[in-house]
Design a protein around this ligand. Structure first.
Ligand code: G3P
Ligand code: CA
Length: 272
């Protein structure tokens, strides 16, 4: 298949750090993303949610219970409330040491999308971002609106003419992707799939979506799906690929991006 806009350094498979280098460092913390960049990840994945005072924060679950010492819904807390919580200790101590320029604060504070965009902007080499909108229906467009506003401020809402976009927006919600596509048609969108609905069995995706985001489980059960998606003109970004055998399968199937909690191991398996 023709990869229409290959990664600039010519690598056929992009390695995307899922929630940062989240196997080693508490997910969605600045430290996890710094580590992913040090590990050589091509791109960073993050989930975003809106706080009660309209800030986008990088948190996966709708509640803070699993990944912090607090309790309650992200959407009912203000950024200042979240800032009092410890998002690092739940993961315990690690044996592989700290990233050299990582402070305790970066390992334990809630991360705003704005801060993550600053980190990427301050990184000398190119690092792409795969931003996933979570719970987009509850806020009737506010998540997407705020996201595009931030991307615009960083000059990331559209790629420079003739170039590949450094940002893509992912969602399980086709409605969320439609909102993004309508407001920023040049921003690539990724339709995430936990299972393949009959509508998408032939490889076609919701209107405007360029990239398919099937789970690794879909690929194990139905490896032929990658070729079908490619024939329909889509690139294929697979999540969450942590086991060496799954990485091998992704390579054999010619997927375009591997989203993993272990960017370092996957890069080394790919010979990079
Ligand atoms: O990268 C896509 C993947 O993150 C989707 O699942 O639950 O980890 O957000 P989840
Ligand atoms: Ca995600």
């Amino acid at each position: 298949h023709a990869v229409r806009d290959a990664f600039p350094d010519g690598n056929p498979i992009q390695v995307v750090a899922h929630r940062g280098a989240s196997e080693d460092v508490p997910e969605h913390t600045l430290a996890a993303y710094r580590r992913a960049i040090e590990d050589g990840a091509d791109a960073l994945e993050c989930d975003i949610r809106l706080t009660a005072d309209g800030e986008l924060v990088c948190v996966h679950d709708w509640r803070v219970n699993r990944t912090s010492n607090g309790r309650g819904a992200v959407s009912s807390m203000e950024l200042a409330d979240l800032a009092t919580l410890d998002f690092g200790s739940w993961k315990g101590q690690h044996t592989d040491g700290e990233a050299p320029d990582t402070t305790d604060d970066e390992r334990s504070s809630v991360l705003t999308l704005e801060r993550l965009l600053e980190l990427v902007a301050d990184t000398e080499r190119r690092v792409e971002l795969a931003i996933e909108t979570k719970h987009p229906t509850r806020w009737a467009g506010q998540v997407e609106e705020r996201l595009l506003e931030l991307l615009r401020r960083f000059g990331l809402d559209a790629p420079p003419p003739g170039e590949r976009s450094a940002v893509r927006v992912m969602s399980f919600s086709s409605r969320s992707l439609r909102r993004v596509h309508t407001a920023a048609p040049e921003l690539p969108t990724v339709y995430l799939m936990q299972y393949v609905s009959p509508r998408h069995r032939d490889g076609r995706l919701p209107a405007g979506v360029r990239i398919a985001g099937p789970s690794m489980r879909i690929l194990r059960a139905n490896p032929g799906y990658v070729a079908r998606l490619h024939r329909a003109g889509h690139r294929v970004h697979v999540w969450t690929v942590n086991e060496p055998a799954d990485v091998d399968l992704c390579v054999r199937l010619g997927v375009d991006a591997i989203i993993t909690n272990r960017p370092k191991q996957v890069l080394s398996q790919l010979g990079r």
